[in-house]
Every structure is written in C-alpha cells, then in structure tokens.
Design a binder for this molecule. Structure first.
Ligand code: ZN
Length: 408
C-alpha cells in the first residue's frame, strides 16, 4: 500500500466515493467521519473504510479531537499537506516558470529558466525537463511523493492529448509535452492552454472563488480568455474557445499574427502599445517612454508604459486609456454573449492597473445590454504573476479532488 502513488497515476483514486470523500475533507476540514457520512450520504462503514485507505496513502490525517455532543469525542480529519507535492509549470514566450507546491497549492519553491530564441521540439523538451528537475531538486520533494505535473502552455493546446498544437512564440507545432514528460519523470502530467490554466487557478484559489460563470482575460503580448461556465472550464468544440484576442474590432485594421485583419490583439496587445508609442515619438512627440527606453524599444511593454504613466507622461496615459477602451469593446461583446458574473483581468498590460481598467469599466457601464450586465464586476487577478503556475497545479488537484462517475 505504501507504493500506492509510485505509479504516478491516480488510478487508485479513480472511484467516485474516494474523490467525493477527499473533496469533502478538503472543503470542510476539520471534519469527523460521521459528518462526512452525513454530507456525502455514504454509509458510515464505507466512509470508515475509505478514510482508512486515504490515511494509508498519506492524503488524509487525523488531526484533533472535536467537541462531543455527548458520548465519545469524535476524531477530526484534515488533508495531509505534509506528504504530497505538485509541480506547476508556466511556459511563456521567453521563460519557463516552475513551482513545487503542497496539496493545498501553497508554493514551496519557485524556479525560472530563460529560453533561447531558436528552439526545436527536442531542445524545448530538454529545457522543460531541466526546469522541472531543478525545481524538484530545489524543493527536496521526493519524486515518489509528487502527485502530478501540470503545464500551462501558451498557444493552442489539445488538453486531452497533452499536445501543444501550435506555440506561436516558438513557431513550433505538435509538441507532445504530456507523453515526453510522463516518459521521463514517470509522473502523471496534464497540459492546458496558459490562459485557461490561469482561469482555473483563479476559480480555485483566487478571485473567482464562488463564481459559477466567470471569464479570465490575459492581456500580454497576446490577448486570451479562459471561460468558466457552471464552474467548469469551457473548451469549445476544437479547443479554441476563449481566443478573444482574435475578435475583430476593426474590419479595415492591421494584419494580425493569425492571418486575419483588425483583431483586438492588433490594437490592444503589448506590441500594439509599443508600435503606437513609437509612431507618436517618430512624429515628434516628447515622451518619457522614449527617454527611459534609451533606444531599447523591446523594453517598451504594458508595464513599461504603465511606469511612464505613473510619472504623469501624457502619451503613456493616452495609450493606456485607448487600450482600455479597445479591450472594453471586446469585453462588452463577451459580456453580451456569455453574461458572466465576473471578469478577472491579468497579464502584462493588465499591470497598468486602473489606467486600463477604468476606461474598460466605463465602456461596459455605458453600453452593456441590460442594467444587470452593466454591473458585471471587472477586477484584477488575485494570483498575479503566479496565476498560470497555480492554475497548472490546479489541473492536477482538480483530477485528484473532482468526483467522477463510474471511476472512468
Ligand atoms: Zn488575429
């Protein structure tokens, strides 16, 4: 029994009753066996047997003695957060960020590795393995106690197969991330699009908690959205649900990286901000953006322009307000189609904070379809830079804790 998780698979966990009981303990800890039986409607002997197995597997432990309502005081159960670890990975355009967490998604170790400009599938997988290895070594977590690896990957991802279909920043297609990592580490691996991982992370551990219908928007170099409907990630038929950056906002607009014209990304993504700043500066406009960049135009991104705006630079303020308005139009369209209760904004451009969010909220307040829709909450990500890595960890935890039918 002690080797229960050595296979790196939750095969053993995959029964409805086990995950139901484990999730009940997670949500209501500390809790007694009798209360679990009451909440899950399972018989007390079933609860006792399964709890014994969960304790044996070091996923649950007996913690304290509860208050007695007459008779023997019940022993309370909690999730054992000392003996299981999860690896979360965020693969961006230039950087791999890796974390190791406990079973409550509490970060124990962080590790980052820069990516070279030119990558092949082989060199990318090598770097990915190197980053994960380094994080595991740094955390000193024994490999046989790692429950799973979650990867948030930019671009188009087939989450069922764990394959990166297209990674635009690397110009690579069909990277078999799941199978390569499982072969190397012998640990179950989940792969999801980075923005969808971010949405899942916010839903479980961030500002999305308790919200059934939610949209998380990432505004960085690209613009994407993770859509949560009925508390579940929505993938769509071909896994492109949420490709919000390619919503067309100007039919006569600039060419987009996707081949179409006038996508939201062409007017509100990180490089659009930079282009607009450079155009104005070339036209003779004075701005801190030019002074501070010192000729290194690649440094100009959302956060950079935000810093200039904070110093009162007029051009920076103008660019951010315009960006907020454009994103607001996109968000308004999303609200009218999906009608979420809340929208959470994260990513590089979102770091420009209220300079972008204010004009964005204004558009929604003025133009959404109903008074209810006009009141849609639009707030910042709680997890910030960690949103995607925590989301990647959540991919593993979701599999562990989510009750499933027929042990499929
Ligand atoms: Zn596009």
């Amino acid at each position: 029994m002690s080797n229960i998780r050595m296979t790196g698979s939750f095969q053993w966990m995959k029964t409805l009753n086990k995950s139901t009981i484990l999730n009940t303990i997670r949500l209501h800890s500390p809790i007694s066996r009798a209360e679990i039986a009451k909440k899950t409607k399972l018989t007390p002997p079933t609860v006792t047997n399964i709890v014994a197995e969960l304790i044996e597997a070091n996923l649950v432990r007996e913690s304290e003695i509860g208050v007695s309502k007459g008779g023997r005081k019940p022993i309370l159960l909690t999730i054992n957060d000392q003996d299981s670890f999860i690896v979360g990975v965020d693969v961006g355009g230039h950087l791999i960020r890796t974390i190791v967490t406990d079973i409550n998604a509490k970060i124990l170790t962080k590790f980052e590795i820069a990516l070279p400009m030119e990558l092949t599938i082989e060199t990318f997988i090598e770097k990915l393995i190197q980053a994960i290895d380094a994080a595991i070594n740094k955390s000193k977590a024994p490999k046989d106690k790692i429950l799973g690896i979650g990867v948030g990957m930019h671009g188009i991802v087939d989450y069922e197969k764990g394959v990166s279909i297209f990674a635009p920043n690397f110009q690579l297609t069909n990277i078999p991330i799941k199978s390569c990592l499982e072969k190397h580490f012998q640990i179950t691996t989940f792969v999801e699009n980075d923005v969808r991982a971010f949405a899942l992370g916010e839903t479980w551990y961030g500002n999305g908690q308790g919200t059934e219908h939610l949209i998380c928007i990432n505004i960085g170099v690209g613009i994407g959205a993770g859509i949560i409907l009925n508390s579940e990630l929505f993938h769509g038929n071909n896994g492109i649900a949420g490709e919000f950056g390619h919503m067309i906002v100007d039919i006569n607009g600039e060419k987009c990286s996707c081949g179409s014209y006038g996508c939201l990304q062409t007017v509100a993504g990180g490089s659009a901000l930079r282009e607009r700043a450079l155009k104005e500066i070339k036209g003779g406009r004075q701005s801190l953006i030019y002074d501070r960049a010192q000729g290194q135009i690649e440094r100009i991104d959302g956060a950079f322009i935000f810093n200039c705006a904070k110093s009162g630079d007029e051009l920076a303020l103008e660019i951010l307000a315009e960006t907020g308005t454009y994103i607001g139009i996109g968000v308004l369209n999303l609200i009218n189609v999906i009608n979420p209760a809340r929208i959470i904004v994260g990513g590089g451009v979102a770091k420009a904070g209220e300079f972008v969010l204010e004009p964005l909220r204004k558009i929604v307040k003025q133009r959404a379809l109903t008074s209810g829709a006009r009141e849609t909450e639009i707030i910042h990500s709680k997890l910030g830079d960690d949103a995607t890595v925590i989301g990647a960890v959540t991919l593993v935890l979701k599999d562990l804790f989510s009750p499933r039918v027929n042990g499929e």
